[in-house]
Write a protein that binds this ligand. Sequence first.
Ligand code: FRU
Length: 493
Amino acid sequence: MPVSDPHFPAAHLRPPVNWINDPNGLVFHDGHYHVYFQYNPHSARHADMHWGHFRSPDLLRWELLPVALVPTPGGDDEGGVWSGNAVSTDGGLIAFYSAKRDDRWWQPVASAVSHDGGLTFAKHPGLLVPQPAEGTSMFRDPYVWRDGDRWRMLVGAGLADGRGAAQQYLSDDLEHWEYAGPFLARAPEPLPGGADTEEGWECVQYADFGDGRGVLLLSAWDPQGGASHSAAYPGRDHGLHFAADAPQRLDHGPEFYAPALLHAPDGRWLMWGWVWEARDAVQVGAPSTWTDEVGWAGMLSLPREVTLGPDGSVRQRPARELDALRGRPALRAKGQVTADAPDTLGVTGRSFDLTARLHRGAAGGAAAGLRLVTSPDGSEYLDLALDAATGELVVDRAHASGEPRARGGSWRIPRTTEPGGFAELRVIVDRSIAEIFLGTGESLTLRFYPLGEEPWRLQARATGPGTTEFEAQVWQLNPLGIQDRSDRRGGPA
Ligand code: FRU
């Protein structure tokens, strides 16, 4: 691992070098959580995608294993083994993926089976869904699940009439699939906080919450701008179609995409997303000199638990297993703060887990915020603050890196404060990523690239007139135990 690189994460999954993107094939099989991922073994750019492989018995101790799926020269996937999922069956672990070739615009559905616990796969000859239905303009990323005595598959799509869609296929045997029409197809719809659901949907996923209730996840693909953001439609499953409620933005930050689901043995829905870089390339996947210099790009988010709130909202929180990564307490503080007297609460390392309560006073009054100061002279900092006017949580990285190539900008979570005017926050910072979770179940993920050495300092601040209240507690975040066994030949030890 390039541990000397101050921006390389300690508690997030990614291999030591090269490019990664989407989590793939998330499944509990043979006593392990398996996390496959889009991986280019040759460089830090998006090309020639393989499926890399992590597995863990407990979400804390991980092994990086040899690459599991490789493009076949001259074959249906010679241009890349693109995204998909996996199901655990009596006949082994079966992966479904998008077969990429440069001479066609769609990526048909292919499959492969593993009889050694998910380490190695044999590809099924031919394609399961060779081409999309008529009227489709984009097609990739199968998601297969069992529903009673049949198998269902959704495939991400765009339709020629400008709607994004999840196309559905049905099967009795996982080999023969029949087209069943769009499970859901929608013209772009606005999302809270701006942006919309776009004209193409990648990486569609479905979480069944019982009694016909479910959540359809999609990653909004803009035909001009490419990968954008992810969204969720809660709704009701009627088998052949999905009666969707209003869509929600899944994460309010700029760098959370292609989230995928894992149905844990205890019934929880876990989700990982791809968190890309915010270095100098403006477009995702475009060449970046800074990324080429460091030799790695992208990481997976922390695993998150996804639930449906009583109000029908899709909620997230870090998987409870991650509480075990909390190490030494770094600071604990509670008090009042005014705009002209920021209060330095204590110091942190580069990876930490923070909980906070921030207060937004009466209308026209002060609202609390936190500033993570990462350079001794205070010029480099990341701000998290309630907006005194709207009560939204604003995350501002305009000053978060002394490196001019790092992207700036600010983002906000709408509907932040709870009754009483408090916002409950959990923030997990890991060297160049911050994942922010609100008590209301919303999240905001972003990258930032501090150049300052640790210790970093945490300050409480306020905006607006008068005083306001805050509480904060910080623990050091211990690294994940990752054993690199990626060069191992043959079966498991
Ligand atoms: C989403 C995505 C998928 C595709 C894969 C290719 O980020 O574009 O639609 O299968 O990445 O790497």
